[in-house]
Design a protein around this ligand. Structure first.
Ligand code: GLA
Length: 500
């Protein structure tokens, strides 16, 4: 008997470990890291095969791809839209006694969260609520707004999420005191970071930093300015705040009720749900129609980074401007890539609808004066919206000279609304032409090289027979018809040309 017991034990300990089957069930994550805000994980099985999904605040349910189970770890991939070169991201869920540790390299950060096993009923309580179906694509009729490119200021480039009521009021005051309002800048735009929570009726409220949006709008309006705000068609904005997903008409009404005059609508997490031309157009149409239905004139700024040739259809969904590229940053390389390469691809700009190469960085300090002059020249030549992005209280004399030059602004704001284009390129030297109402023309000479370059304007380069008058707009003076310009590295000359 004793031998038998010993034998049994020996067999037991020598036997290979029996693989545990993957657990099935539902796990809830109460305090998940905010991105992508995992709230629930579900694991089921089809015979041997494992099936599963995680639910996130940003994207709703995400199906597990290639799930596998080994050594108490469930590994799976999730679809990733943020990096074309990496269409999926690897995640692991390690099952330990106290729950589950979920880790993902999504957005190159790690998520670590211990969950507790929930019941199906609890899981249902956490179910993601899908928005009602998008409307069929329609057309928002033109409304006469934005006959010339919108001009103003936005909080994002300088302040990002560090914004509050006081700062926005201070910007409105500075816009007036600096003379920028009188130079034509009118919109004071609150970008991402103002949003709080929805109440039981779904009404979106600002966060504590913005105690009274209506009073803020009144303050801005009293200074002869207009107020802009920001949202997303997705559940979350790019910075993780509440988006308009599922509340589009309600939010449009809320904004109009506050007295908002401008909405930037940024795709962000909406790209999960609206990821082809059809759904992206329809989601932008949905808000365009909702804004129109409020009866308030509101400039509608589409921000979906130029996808699906937005310039072709931006107007028809109610847009007055549409971003053509990803985000600008305060360096010459990014600015010039946007200005010289990306924005000019689209020929659809004109009164009522404009290509938007993103906000200005002038005054933020990352470029030289010559580079900032090129920035302003390129934006003016391309009839781009002029939305400043610096702290208006700290506008240096140099920044002011660039931002308040009336003759340069007049090129941007010209009534013909033509987006200028390159007409010649010789190494690093480029000549651009923009026709103006009344028959004159703006011509820009750009030197994209690292050494100063000598440039002259020959009439035939810009398709003219004979030039009769030439005015250097940055210097504010007439120049000789055969003037030779020394254009500094990364610099620009902007001319107003009269011709026969
Ligand atoms: C995106 C936009 C930016 C800015 C941020 C805010 O990146 O392109 O212009 O609005 O979101 O989070």
């Amino acid at each position: 008997m004793r031998y038998l017991l010993a034998l049994c034990l020996a067999v037991l300990f020598a036997a290979p470990a029996v693989a545990q089957p993957a657990p099935r069930g539902v796990w809830l994550f109460d305090k998940a890291p905010s991105y992508p805000g995992v709230t629930m994980m579900q694991v089921a099985a089809d015979g041997e095969a494992i099936r599963g999904a995680v639910t996130t605040a940003w994207y709703g349910p995400m199906r597990m791809l290639n799930p596998s189970w080994r050594d108490n770890v469930l590994s799976f991939d999730l679809r990733n839209l943020n990096d074309r070169d990496r269409p999926t991201r690897r995640w692991t869920a390690r099952f330990i006694r106290s729950g589950v540790v979920l880790k993902g390299d999504f957005w190159s950060s790690h998520l670590v969260q211990t969950g507790r096993r929930g019941t199906a009923a609890q899981a249902e309580a956490r179910a993601f609520r899908f928005a009602p179906a998008l409307p069929a694509l329609g057309t928002v009729p033109p409304d006469g707004l934005a006959a010339t490119p919108p001009m103003g200021w936005s909080s994002w480039n300088r302040f990002a999420e560090r914004i509050d009521d006081r700062t926005i009021r201070a910007m409105a005051d500075a816009m007036v005191a600096s003379g920028l309002r009188d130079a034509g800048y009118r919109y004071v735009n609150i970008d991402d970071g103002w949003q709080g929570r929805r109440d039981a009726k779904g009404v979106l409220h600002p966060n504590a930093k913005f105690p009274d949006m209506k009073a803020l709008a009144d303050y801005v309006h009293a200074r002869g300015l207009k107020l802009g705000i920001y949202s997303s068609p997705g559940p979350k904005t790019c910075a993780g705040y509440e988006g308009s997903y599922g509340h589009v008409r309600q939010d449009a009404q809320t904004f109009a009720g506050w007295g908002v005059d401008y909405l930037k609508y940024d795709l962000c997490s909406g790209e999960w749900f609206y990821d082809d031309a059809d759904t992206v157009k329809r989601t932008y149409y949905e808000m365009g129609a909702a804004l129109k239905a409020t009866g308030r004139p509101i400039i509608y700024s589409l921000c979906q980074y130029g996808r699906f040739d937005v310039a072709r259809w931006g107007r028809s969904v109610g847009g007055h401007l549409w971003r053509t590229t990803g985000d600008i940053t305060d360096d010459y390389r990014t600015m010039s890539d946007i200005g010289f390469v990306r924005n000019p691809k689209f020929p659809h700009a004109g009164p009522g609808g404009w290509n938007d190469p993103d906000m200005l960085e002038i005054g933020n300090g990352g470029m030289s004066d010559d580079e900032y002059r090129t920035h302003m020249t390129l934006w003016a030549m391309q009839a781009a919206p002029l939305v400043m992005g610096h702290d208006l209280r700290l506008t240096s004399a140099g920044a002011r000279a660039l931002l308040e030059n009336r003759e340069v602004i007049a090129i941007d704001q010209d009534a013909l609304g033509q987006q200028g284009r390159r007409v010649s390129r010789d190494g690093d030297r480029e000549v651009w032409r923009k026709d103006l109402a009344g028959g004159a023309m703006a011509v820009a000479l750009f030197n994209r090289g690292d050494e100063a370059a000598a440039m002259t304007l020959r009439p035939e380069t810009v398709g003219l027979r004979r030039i009769t008058a030439l005015r250097d707009l940055w210097r504010g003076q007439a120049v000789a018809l055969d003037a030779a310009f020394t254009v500094p590295p990364h610099g620009a000359v902007l001319l107003r040309v009269e011709a026969e």
